[in-house]
Design a protein around this ligand. Structure first.
Ligand SMILES: *[C@@H]1O[C@H](CO)[C@@H](O)[C@H](O)[C@H]1NC(C)=O
Ligand SMILES: *[C@@H]1O[C@H](CO)[C@@H](O)[C@H](O)[C@H]1NC(C)=O
Length: 222
């Protein structure tokens, strides 16, 4: 009886031990190596993440500095433009105050003393409650030319051909009937869509709209 009991104990102990091992999650030598490898990889990922965060912080800082620099440059540019606009406005106001609207046949004419591209000139005339001058006939043409102050300069008038060869007045989009082309002008082509008084002459030229010429506005009231 005695020896059987001991055997039972050993047997039970062994059984319990085996059970315990089977419940552990694969802790063989191989498993341990896997765990070590996994730990190493995690360590690598951890290092990598650390570096990446560092680089990101660095990049964000660089980008921010870059943006800041650009904003500073923009601010300075805007400042310069504003100053120019203010100067232009002062000159324009002076001109308008001087009563530089000249009267002819119930219409009034303003001669700019600052240059502008054709489209800007057109907009400025509208801002003054008028339009880029429309010239109906030869008498008006001669008067408008003779009343200009700076004979040595070119002046935009309100004629353009957005459709090649179709000359229309900007105020009412009517087709021009009277025209006073300088010889050799009037069909200069696709890059010459805007019309100006030539210097020293009551004749017109078609040329590039982007040139900054003086300009003449017209109003139906003074
Ligand atoms: C010429 O045009 C002006 C301005 O539109 C007008 O007042 C005048 O009567 C016209 N003159 C002739 C001769 O057609
Ligand atoms: C325009 O006329 C002015 C004054 O008569 C003269 O001094 C100038 O040289 C002329 N300009 C041209 C381009 O003919």
């Amino acid at each position: 009886m005695h020896s059987i009991f001991v055997f039972f104990l050993v047997c039970a102990g062994k059984y319990a031990f085996t059970l315990q091992i089977q419940n552990l999650p694969c802790l063989t030598d191989e498993s341990k190596k896997d765990l070590d490898d996994a730990r190493k990889e995690l360590k690598t990922v951890d290092n990598y993440l650390g570096k990446t965060v560092g680089t990101l912080e660095n990049d964000v800082q660089k980008t921010l500095n870059n943006m800041k620099q650009k904003l500073v440059t923009m601010k300075s540019t805007v400042g310069k433009i504003m100053k120019k606009v203010e100067t232009d406005l002062v000159v324009l106001k002076k001109d308008l105050k001087k009563g530089q609207w000249k009267k002819y046949q119930g219409h009034c004419y303003y001669y700019a003393s600052l240059g502008a591209a054709w489209y800007k000139a057109e907009r400025l005339c509208r801002d003054f409650g008028g339009y880029l001058v429309k010239i109906d006939n030869s008498s008006e043409n001669e008067w408008v030319y003779s009343a200009s102050k700076y004979k040595n300069y070119y002046y935009w008038i309100g004629l353009s051909d957005l459709i090649e060869g179709e000359w229309r007045w900007s105020i009412d989009q009517s087709l021009a009937t009277f025209k006073a082309w300088q010889s050799g002008y009037g069909s200069k082509g696709h890059s010459s869509n805007c019309v100006a008084f030539k210097n020293n002459k009551s004749k017109w030229i078609d040329t590039n709209c982007k040139i900054g010429y003086l300009y003449i506005c017209e109003r139906n009231f003074c």
